[in-house]
Unconditional design. Sequence first.
Length: 277
Amino acid sequence: MAAPSKNRPTPEALRRLYVDDRMTSREIAESVGVEKITVLRWLKAAGIDRRASGRGLANRGITPPTADELRRMLHEEHIGLRGVAEKYGVDYTAVSHWCDALGVPRPTVWQTRRGLVKEPTEQELRERIGRGESLTSIAEDYEVTRTLLRARCRRYGIEVQRDGWQRGKRFPCTDGHLARSTYELRVDDWLFDHGIDHQTEPAYPWDRRYRADFLVGSTYIEVWGVTRNPAYTARRHHKVTRCAETGIDLIQINGGQFANGRRWWRPLENLLGQQAG
């Protein structure tokens, strides 16, 4: 039995990519850095049925569009591969096959959604990743998944910034603060963008040896970005317990809340009312 890949998505994530996002097995393979055959094995192990390739659709009485028709739908009407598939009653992969056979370039996610998002240039991606922004943060701005954006970075040969805390590294925020993790960077920028005055690394009043990540008025904010570290976990438990015992308002954001477009900022929205008041 082959050793499991550290990049292997969970069955649920694999189903979302292949079934819901309609990515091909090749696209998934490129995004996680494995061979296509590996993804096909994962699909089989997860009990996910493979889609038909589209090469036998003529036998089902389906006439494909001409190259001009396909180009118009994809690059002028911008209905996307999925839109064409729905129009012709075929699978996404059939449209992909038509593109190859007719020499029509596949549109990018950004081209399909041209009115909603702007495709980042290679320079923009390099600059944002170079200044410490995580792939998750950039993907949120363009309203796409990290997996799709990671594939674009692979194409440009850009080394993707690992999300979270990195030993000894600080990340410059928009307001000039230096964050200790990409998670804290995003929280600091969110507070700044919403006009919320905040302090960084404030000491707790119950013991000045302990510090939070942020302080807004009388509310402390902790961004928990480290896992599987007993000392960190013990320190976290002590902070939360002492805040509860002393009646201190504490907002907690876990690192996992930043993944896959989840609304990590929701706990901070109450601060908007406090500032307005």
